[in-house]
Ligand binder design. Structure first.
Ligand code: LLP
Length: 373
């Protein structure tokens, strides 16, 4: 392909295969998968996800609007977020979306006010902060006491009581999300244990929940995406199947983002210059952190391949963008085939939190997207 660079390129076949794998692996009674639309809200990406029957996990009124526009049913949308505005709460109630995941008592009180004013019943789940370490980057860990997310275990009984004594509120269940890019099973097992403990505790008080939402977070293989293009969904869902003690008829909701879309997208960029430094060689490309911010923001690494060079000989380069900031680096000491001006490079695994997090910093244009069917 010879499009102007940089651009996002998506492999919709891989996306469909990934969705099939999710469907197959989650085919257990009561399991329902929502796609965390924050990972990628491109309409062409959303269509196969809609067709596969997934619901949506949204974190803003804007995301709810995009999901509705793309044809997702309101009842299959859940709405999370620590800072829902009044307008967003009003919209969620008016559109009668499936459930709002409530993050504090203060927020619940505002939801009750709005439900009362609009004459609606608010379906809510309470987001619990289970204080579990997800062993991932600190910016994407969300389930520790020090994080801003969720209702602490200590406050939970009070908020549950408030739900139960308020006619405008229908308490659907409990919601958890402990972090993102989780590559070990243990944090998910600990989450199951916490859920089991809480369910036992509340059952003794005569309280049961219709649904348990365990959030998202399943990680992907950034180091070797070509070898592992589809995450191990079977082990992931089996962990919950085996370890969660569900009550009869109870539903389990999942909110997967990255694992659904990361591997189907690449950022394609052209080499502008190969620059000899004092002790280093730099490959300067035409994509910058405004196109893909994950390396600059989370010290993330996306595998880089040279799509143009057939050279047997390799060289070690720092691959950097054009933005006037030292953090605009995609890779340090990358071993690549001999690279020259004009070569096309691909930054792999960029389908999640790539295009959606792009900005127009330095008055740069937003990178367009292209799709392989
Ligand atoms: N549910 C909730 C409540 C969330 O906050 C998130 C992600 C998800 C589900 C989806 O998580 P996933 O399955 O994608 O791990 N921009 C960062 C990731 C931020 C994740 C925020 N929350 C990155 O590029 O690594």
């Amino acid at each position: 392909m010879n499009f102007p660079t940089p651009y996002y390129q998506y492999d919709l076949n891989l996306l469909r295969e990934t969705l099939n794998a999710i469907k197959k692996a989650s085919d257990y009674e009561g399991f329902q998968v929502h796609y965390a639309i924050k990972a990628n809200a491109n309409p062409r990406i959303l269509q196969p996800i809609l067709k596969a029957g997934l619901g949506i996990d949204a974190v803003s009124g804007g995301e709810i609007a995009v999901a509705l526009e793309q044809g997702f049913k309101p009842e299959k949308i859940v709405f999370a977020g620590v800072g829902k505005t009044d307008a967003e709460i009003q919209m969620a109630l008016e559109q009668e979306i499936g459930c709002m995941n409530v993050e504090s008592e203060a927020e619940l009180r505002v939801i009750i006010e709005w439900a009362h004013r609009l004459g609606k019943r608010a379906r809510v789940a309470l987001r619990v902060n289970p204080n579990i370490d997800a062993h991932t980057h600190k910016y994407i860990t969300t389930g520790l006491n020090e994080n801003k997310f969720g209702i602490s275990l200590g406050m939970l009984p009070r908020v549950i009581d408030l739900c139960r004594e308020t006619p405008e509120v229908e308490l659907e269940g409990l919601h958890f999300h402990i972090g993102s890019q989780i590559t070990e099973t243990e944090p998910f097992e600990m989450l199951c244990d916490t859920v089991n403990r809480l369910q036992d505790e509340y059952e003794e008080r005569g309280i049961t929940f219709k649904s348990i939402n365990v959030g998202g977070g399943l990680g992907i293989d950034y180091a070797d995406p070509q070898a592992n293009p589809i995450p191990d969904f079977q082990s992931y869902f089996d962990t919950f199947k085996q370890r969660l003690k569900l009550r009869p008829g109870q539903q389990v909701h999942f909110e997967l983002g990255r694992s659904v879309v990361a591997q189907c997208g690449s950022l394609i960029t052209r080499v502008l210059y190969v620059k000899e430094g004092e002790n280093k060689k730099f490959v300067i490309v035409d994509a910058g952190f405004n196109d893909l911010i994950r390396p600059a923001l989370y010290q993330a690494h996306h595998k880089i391949i040279n799509l143009s060079s057939q050279a047997q000989e390799t060289e070690v380069y720092d691959v950097v963008g054009p933005i006037c900031e030292s953090s605009d680096v995609f890779g340090e000491e990358e071993r690549l085939p001999l690279t020259q001006r004009g070569d096309l490079l691909a930054l792999l695994s960029a389908g999640a939190y790539g295009e959606v997090m792009a900005s127009r910093y330095n008055c740069r244009e937003l990178a367009p997207s292209y799709f392989e069917e």
